[in-house]
Design a protein around this ligand. Sequence first.
Ligand code: C2E
Ligand code: MG
Ligand code: MG
Length: 708
Amino acid sequence: MLRNIRIKSASSIVTMIVLFVAVLGFSLFRTIDAANTVDTERTRTAVAAAVQAQVKQIIVMVDDNALWDAAATAVYTRMSDTEFFWSSWGYSSAEGKYFDTVLVLDHEGRPLLGYHHGRATRFDPIARYGEPFRILLERADRQRQAVGGLAGSADGPVLIGIANIVPTNGALDKLVPKSGPYWLVFTKPFDQGAADQIGRSLLLEDMKLSSKSSGKASIAVRDTAAKPVADLSWTPARPGTTALERVLPWVAIASLLHILAGLFFGRQALRSVSKLADEAMVDSLSNLPNRRAVRRELDRRLKRGERLALALIDLDGFKGINDNYGHHVGDRLIKSIAMLLQELVGKNGMIARLGGDEFAILVPGASAVNELQDISRAMLDKLSRPFRIDERTVLVGASIGLASVSLRDLDSSELMRRADVAMYSAKQAGKMRLAWYDEMLDQKQAIARTIEAELRLAIDAEDFELVYQPLVDIHERKIVAVEALLRWSSPTRGTVNPSEFIPVAEETGLIDAMGMIVLRKACRDALDWGDVRLAINVSAAQLRNPEFASALSHALAETGFPADRLELEINESYLVYDPDAAGRVLREIRSLGVGVSLDDYGTGHASIGFLRQFSFSKVKLDRSLVTEAGLSEEARTVIHANIAVARALNVAVAAEGVETADQADLMRVAGCDQLQGWFFSKPVAGREIAIRVLKDHPEHPSSRLRAV
Ligand code: C2E
Ligand code: MG
Ligand code: MG
């Protein structure tokens, strides 16, 4: 997709440039063509005018010579005066500058005398020049003034000027015959010389006179009957073209600049398009591909039928780090995790950040399953050690869900879903774990959804039972405390184990309401049990709720249960991943007078530091340790060490899950203060506890119990 966007953008930029050049070229062409056309038209008019100017010249010339007393006198009185005629016109015709032929015609147009190139001649002009000449004569007769025009001839076109020979002096008018005045005719060839003269006057190169019309830049030379007798043609100046030739370098530079600017801005645009496209595929914080990118990669590879394994990684405790240390620490952590993943995965696979604290690893190939399993293990191993971010040491966990595809049986959504289901199950199994997808997990999910729906109903109806398991003191084995344990019976599944429904309640947030039901119910139940302390289990999810401490104080006030008889059992996972937030909420709890004990002690990360930091009132050695104590010397050593630490910090120690007398003895020897387990009592109903409390403390139960 990214490539497509780039190709599309690049081709649209190229198209834009091509269009720009085309439009520029076209408009230049149009302008030049228009300029050229206008000029050619103007030149045509000018050439036509120049032809008329030559006609005019011969008219003026003939008029000058005809309207002349000496000429009139000679013509009408001394036709034999050849000297006069020669010196006046014959000579000039030889010179040929203004005319090369002169004729004197009587009024009917019959030739009386004439010269051609200085030689006496006499010819019939109507026979030679035809209709155009006749028209001129008629016109001259009608208008009684000199006329002129062009006519064709065997030797080519000629300019003709005709005028009546009349005296200017009125006294001589009587010389003119009654039939009408004679005609003076001057002719001059309209030849290449005439054309050259026009060309020169108009600054047009190679003005040519030809008998045929030729091309665009030409005009037809017409006789007085409007018949074309020749063609004047020339090389058009094409000022547009000339101008273009002059401005072309500048236009080229300007265009080049435009194109460069276009390319520059185009590249900018392309870059921003690419950036947008990249942003759509890349996570800006980690610079890793994002969810869309993995999906695309998955689709691509699955389409090819490749073998694939996919891991979804969800960090544990990330939110706490963000909330407590600020987003910059959270951001740095994400970057560190991204780098760690890149180190682990190398070039064998693709890493992506799906958002928040979720990452994905995609490994292709036949050995993808093993490779991804190794990578995931290494990842968990690395995460089990704290990260250093600036001056801080932070600890995050991760739950990794894995899924693979070997046949063309899955699409990317299903593969993602499977990895997600597996990740969920890893989280439920206690974090810092990896889990492969298994069809059973889908069933578990389905069950979880049923449980969720049923739990909601149970919460509305407060339909839960509480049982209480006693904790006895090590010496007299009398009840010093009871732990409230939740029991729930699903309408469809019967009794459901807390380990099954509590995680569902935690995930769905139902734990808050459920926890409060437990708290109020247990406080009410235990109100009459003398000084026996009440232990209530609280999930990390409950402590994350900022309302928790005030809800607790409210429940105490509501039930009237003394805060100093209450202790909350919390699991270490919350403390480990979010120590600062945990510290705050634990302080709030203690400020109410409520004690806090650490449940399942000895199984995880809890260290001396933790015990000191959170000042627990009690730690409860996990059942697994107690069970093992009877089996291995090593386990006993661990227990001794753990107990020694707690005692050194003045924290009471209880052992849970004591099932045998031997275990009870071992725990006593190891230094426990309290014991809890089936060996003493299974969890029992509240009524039963009331009876046992009375039995254990018939006289002054409160004075004895408070001692622990
Ligand atoms: P936990 O707090 O560690 O509770 C001890 C678990 O060990 C209880 O299981 C108890 O019945 C069982 N147990 C006690 N003595 C023995 C023994 O000698 N042998 C064996 N095999 N088991 C023994 P249960 O009641 O199933 O509770 C499981 C977990 O569910 C509890 O572990 C606690 O974490 C959680 N839970 C129970 N009730 C609540 C509750 O009201 N709220 C919350 N948040 N969690 C609860
Ligand atoms: Mg407990
Ligand atoms: Mg426990």
